[in-house]
Write a protein that binds this ligand. Structure first.
Ligand SMILES: Nc1nc2c(c(=O)[nH]1)N[C@H]1C(S)=C(S)[C@@H](COP(=O)(O)O)O[C@H]1N2
Ligand SMILES: [Mo]
Length: 380
C-alpha cells in the first residue's frame, strides 16, 4: 500500500474583515472610479483617433471639455489604485478555497474574476507608467490600453451581474438576513474604510493639481507641475528631442496647399489680423494648463487658400520623425474661431520648445494634436 500524501494545508484566515460586506463597501467606490475612467478614456480615444464618420462631427466646444475629461480620467485611474489594492486584500483569502473548482459554474466564475483582476491591474499600472512616460513593454501603449479597457468593462459588468444578489444585500447601512455581517465588526470595518479613504484622498490631493490648478500647490507626486516649464508651461517633447533647431526654424516659411496655394514668411504672418484666445493645453498624460495664445485663425488661412467651407486640414510639422508630426483636423475644429496658428504664448513669441515659429492651438482637443513647429497646412 502506498501511503497517501496529504495536500499542504490551506492557510486559515482569522481576519474578520475579509467578508462580502467589506468587499461591497470598497467595490462600489472602485466600480465608480473604473466607470469614470472607462467613459472618459473612451472619449479621449475617439477625440484622438476618430473613425472617418466622426471626424467632422466631433465638437470643438466646450473649449475646456477635454481638459475636464482627461483630468478625470487620470485622477480616477490614480484613485482606483489604492481602491483596487484594498479590494484585493479584502477578497484574496478566497483564492485558497478547497476544492479549487467545484463545478462548471464555479470554474467560470473564477475564470471571470481572474480576467477582471488581470485586466484591472494591467490598466491601472500601464496607465500609471504611461503618465511618467515609462514603457517597459514591447507593445504600443494606446491600442493595448484601449483594447484591455473593453475587456475590463466587460469583466466588471459580468462580475456585477454574477454578484448582484450579494452586492444588494450588503449595499445598505443596516443589512439584515442570513448573510448579514456581524455587528461587532462594524467599528473595525469603519476604521478600515476610513484608512482607505485617507489613502485615496492623499494620492488624489497630491496629484490632481496637475490639471485642477487651484490645487497646484499640493501637486507633489504628479510627474508634471502646471507652472514648471519655459514660459510657464510644461513641455512634453522638447525641440531638441524632436530634432528641431533654431536654424531650421530660422528661414521658415509656412506653406498652405489648397485650391489657391501660397506661402508666408514669419513677418507676413505677423502682419495678418491677430487674434488672442485663452485655451488650455490638456495632455493625454493628465496635466493641463490654460494659457493666452495669439496668432492667426486657421479658418482665415484656409479661406485665403480658397478652401471650401467645412474643409478638413492636414497639419505637418517641421519635426523629421515622431508620432505627432502629421495631424488631421476635422471641419468643426478648422472652422472654430478659437482655432489658431499661434505665434505667441502669454504675450511672448513662442519659445522653440513650445513650437516656434508657429503651432496649432484648438479648443477641446487632446494635447497630442496641438502640433508644434508647423511647416505646412493642407486643405483636404
Ligand atoms: N510636432 C509635435 N507637436 C507636438 C508634440 C510632438 O511631439 N511633436 N507633442 C504634443 C503633446 S503630447 C503635447 S501635450 C503638446 C504639449 O505642448 P507644449 O510642449 O508646448 O506644452 O504638444 C503637442 N505637440
Ligand atoms: Mo501630450
Amino acid at each position: 500500500m502506498t501511503p497517501r500524501i496529504a495536500p499542504p494545508p490551506l492557510p486559515s484566515f482569522r481576519g474578520r474583515l475579509h467578508d462580502a460586506r467589506t468587499a461591497t463597501s470598497i467595490g462600489r467606490w472602485l466600480g465608480l472610479a473604473i466607470t469614470v475612467c472607462f467613459l472618459t478614456g473612451v472619449i479621449s480615444h475617439y477625440l484622438q483617433h476618430p473613425p472617418n464618420w466622426l471626424v467632422d462631427v466631433l465638437p470643438s466646444r466646450p473649449s475646456w471639455g477635454y481638459r475636464l475629461t482627461q483630468g478625470l480620467h487620470v485622477a480616477s485611474g490614480i484613485a482606483a489604485i489604492p481602491l483596487l489594492m484594498a479590494k484585493l486584500w479584502a477578497v484574496y483569502p478566497r483564492l485558497f478555497v478547497s476544492p479549487p473548482l467545484r463545478s462548471v459554474r464555479h470554474a467560470l466564475e473564477r475564470l471571470s474574476v481572474a480576467v477582471l483582476v488581470a485586466a484591472g491591474v494591467f490598466q491601472l499600472f500601464s496607465g500609471l507608467l504611461n503618465i511618467v512616460e515609462w514603457y517597459p513593454w514591447p507593445f504600443a501603449f494606446v491600442p493595448v490600453h484601449f483594447a484591455v479597457a473593453w475587456l475590463l468593462a466587460g469583466a466588471l459588468l459580468l462580475h456585477i451581474v454574477v454578484k448582484w444578489l450579494e452586492i444588494r444585500s450588503h449595499w445598505g447601512r443596516g443589512s439584515t438576513g442570513p448573510r448579514a455581517p456581524a455587528a461587532e465588526d462594524e467599528p473595525d470595518r469603519r476604521s478600515l474604510l476610513t484608512g482607505i479613504a485617507a489613502g485615496v484622498g492623499a494620492v488624489t490631493l497630491t496629484t490632481v493639481g496637475q490639471s485642477f490648478t487651484p490645487l497646484k500647490e499640493f501637486d507633489l507626486l504628479a510627474p508634471r507641475h502646471p507652472d514648471h516649464g519655459t514660459q510657464g508651461l510644461p513641455v512634453n517633447r522638447t525641440a531638441a528631442a524632436a530634432g528641431v533647431t533654431a536654424s531650421s526654424a530660422g528661414n521658415w516659411r509656412l506653406t498652405v496647399a489648397g485650391p489657391r496655394p501660397y506661402g508666408l514668411t514669419l513677418p507676413e504672418l505677423n502682419a495678418l489680423p491677430q487674434v488672442e484666445v485663452r485655451l488650455p493645453i490638456a495632455c493625454v498624460e493628465g496635466w493641463s494648463v490654460e494659457a493666452r495664445w495669439t496668432g492667426v485663425r486657421i479658418r482665415d488661412l484656409l479661406e485665403r487658400a480658397g478652401a471650401p467651407p467645412r474643409s478638413r486640414v492636414r497639419v505637418v510639422s517641421l519635426e523629421r520623425a515622431g508620432a505627432y508630426r502629421v495631424m488631421e483636423m476635422g471641419s468643426t475644429y478648422a472652422a472654430d474661431s478659437l482655432t489658431l496658428l499661434a505665434l505667441r504664448l502669454n504675450g511672448q513669441v513662442l519659445s522653440l520648445d513650445h513650437g516656434f515659429p508657429a503651432r496649432i492651438i484648438a479648443p477641446n482637443r487632446p494635447g497630442v494634436l496641438q502640433t508644434k513647429w508647423v511647416g505646412r497646412l493642407e486643405v483636404l
